[in-house]
Structures are given as C-alpha cells and as structure tokens.
Design a protein around this ligand. Structure first.
Ligand code: ATP
Length: 271
C-alpha cells in the first residue's frame, strides 16, 4: 500500500502574544499535523483554545514564533514574499473563509463582479464567474446583488466561491457556518462536501461545534489551551474519545437526554 505524501504539513507551530500589562500568553504550542490532498481536517476546541491562531498561521495572517508550514514539501515563507507573482502564488496555495463574510466582501461589488475581480487578479478566465456562482448554488438574481442584499448563507456561499476562484490547494474555514441557522449550516456543509469531491481541494475546518466537524472532516485535532490533546479519525474521536477534555466537549453538546449538570460536572472534574 502506498501512502500519499502530505499536501500540507504543519510542524511544531507556536504563537505567543504579548499581554497589554506585560507578560505573554501562548495561544498555540507544539501544534503538528498533516493533511493529504483532498483531505479534510477538523480543528475543534472551546473558545480561546487557539484554533483561530492556528488557522491564521496557516494562511499567513499571523506569523508563528516557531515551527514550519510546508505545502507540497516546500516551506511556506513566514513573511509574504516580495513581488506580485510570488505573493499571488502563495495566496493560491491556501485560501481562508471567515465566520463573517460580510466584513471580507467588498460592499461595492456585486457577487459576479467580486468573482470576476478575484479571477482577474489571479490571471484566470473571468468568464468562468457564472459557473463558479452556479457551483456554490447562487443564480442570476444573486449574481447582480451586492453583499448587503444577500442572506447570511448566500454571503457565505459567495465567500466560498471567491476563495475557489483562486483555485487553492487548501481551503481553511474558520467557524464558517457558526453564524448561520442550523438548516442553512446543513446546506453549506453539503456544499463543502460536494466542492471537495468535485475539485479535490483539501479542507481545514475550524469549529467549536463537534456536530459540524463530524459531517465534513475525516480527521480531527482537539485543542485545549493552545495544545493538541487528542487527534485521530473523526468518527473514532467522537465515538471513543480518550482524552477527558474531548469527553467534556462531547458531554457539552445538547441532544436527546442531555443534562447541563453533566457538562458542568465534567468540567469541574477536569484540571
Ligand atoms: N492578537 C492577539 N493578542 C493577544 N492575545 C490574543 C490575540 N489573538 C488571540 N489571543 C488569545 O489567544 C488565545 C487563543 O485565541 P484564538 O482566537 O486562537 O482561540 P479560538 O480557539 O479560535 O477561540 P474563538 O473560537 O473564541 O475564536 C485566547 O486566549 C486569545 O485571547
């Protein structure tokens, strides 16, 4: 059996932020993982566990204090390279979709103009914009709408289409469905699954929501206080967690027979 070489390899990532009153806070420490081409990795943990910091290090919005990120075996430079062509080439490796696409979409551009501009910037055929809109389930009406006239789910579809316009190897989604109604979440999760199947793009899916991660990822990392406390195939980690913190996260998911007191007790038992 041959194993696929990793597409993305993050090794020993660490990020420490200075605190306003002096001192520092280590948001991520010794974070290591790999992602195969077309794979889907979940990064889960509660608020403040360091997930966003890891996602931002991957795309280059935060510079790691330590560690390396390789794409296709080549180190990704910590600083954005000089010159337009290398910068665009770096952007094409990894694209990010944020929780609130409203802030990252240009309010002046219609959905189609937004995609055309991304395609043009990356030297791709602008006439593929309608096909991209179609791929994310946006039609002719949405094509001519500006972000403020789109629903939250439609905006998130547009943000995904804009990221795909670049033809990235990896799509990093940071709480990408957290702000959406549950039924819209399901639509976006299904869309991501289809896109992954159709384009072969690999996903890093950052979420506090285990139920969401369960639907879109093959592997999962559980983070607590900046460190990875458990990792493995998603179905295994969610059905047979070995770390007490993972058990706590699972006990905290409301569902049939859920008792908030159990979640509170599980937290109290955790040091
Ligand atoms: N720019 C920053 N300066 C100082 N501290 C920061 C900064 N960004 C994040 N932190 C701190 O680092 C820790 C991890 O934050 P991070 O946003 O990575 O966690 P998270 O798991 O993504 O949480 P959330 O889901 O709430 O976004 C938190 O304690 C946070 O307060």
């Amino acid at each position: 059996m041959t194993t696929q070489p990793p597409l993305l390899e993050a090794t020993d990532l660490r990020k420490t932020y200075p605190l306003p009153g002096g001192g520092s806070h280590t948001a991520a420490d010794a974070v290591t993982f790999t992602l195969t081409p077309g794979g889907a990795l979940g990064i889960v943990g509660e608020s403040g566990s360091g997930k966003t910091t890891v996602a931002r290090m991957l795309v280059g919005l935060v510079r790691p204090d330590h560690g390396t990120i390789n794409v296709d075996g080549t180190p990704r430079p910590a600083k954005p390279p000089r010159g337009k062509a290398p910068r665009l080439a770096r952007a094409r490796q990894i694209q990010m979709v944020f929780q609130d696409p409203y802030v990252s979409l240009d309010p002046r551009l219609t959905a189609e103009q937004c995609l055309r501009s991304a395609l043009r910037l990356h030297g791709r055929e602008e006439s593929t914009a309608p096909a991209l809109l179609d791929q994310v389930g946006l039609g002719a009406r949405e094509a001519t709408a500006r972000p403020r006239h789109l629903s939250g789910g439609q905006r998130q579809r547009l943000a995904i289409a804009r990221a795909l316009a670049v033809d990235p190897r990896v799509l990093v989604l940071d709480e990408a469905v957290a702000a959406l109604d549950v039924s819209i979440q399901a639509q976006i999760l299904r869309l991501l699954d289809e896109i992954r199947r159709d384009t072969g793009v690999a996903l890093v899916f950052v979420s506090h929501d285990l139920a969401v991660v369960q639907h879109v990822t093959d592997e999962v990392l559980v983070m607590r206080r900046g460190k990875v406390v458990e990792r493995g195939p998603t179905h295994r980690v969610l059905s047979e967690p070995t770390d007490p913190y993972t058990r706590l996260l699972l006990a905290s998911v409301p569902g049939r027979g859920w008792d908030p007191a159990d979640a509170v007790a599980a937290r109290a038992a955790l040091t």
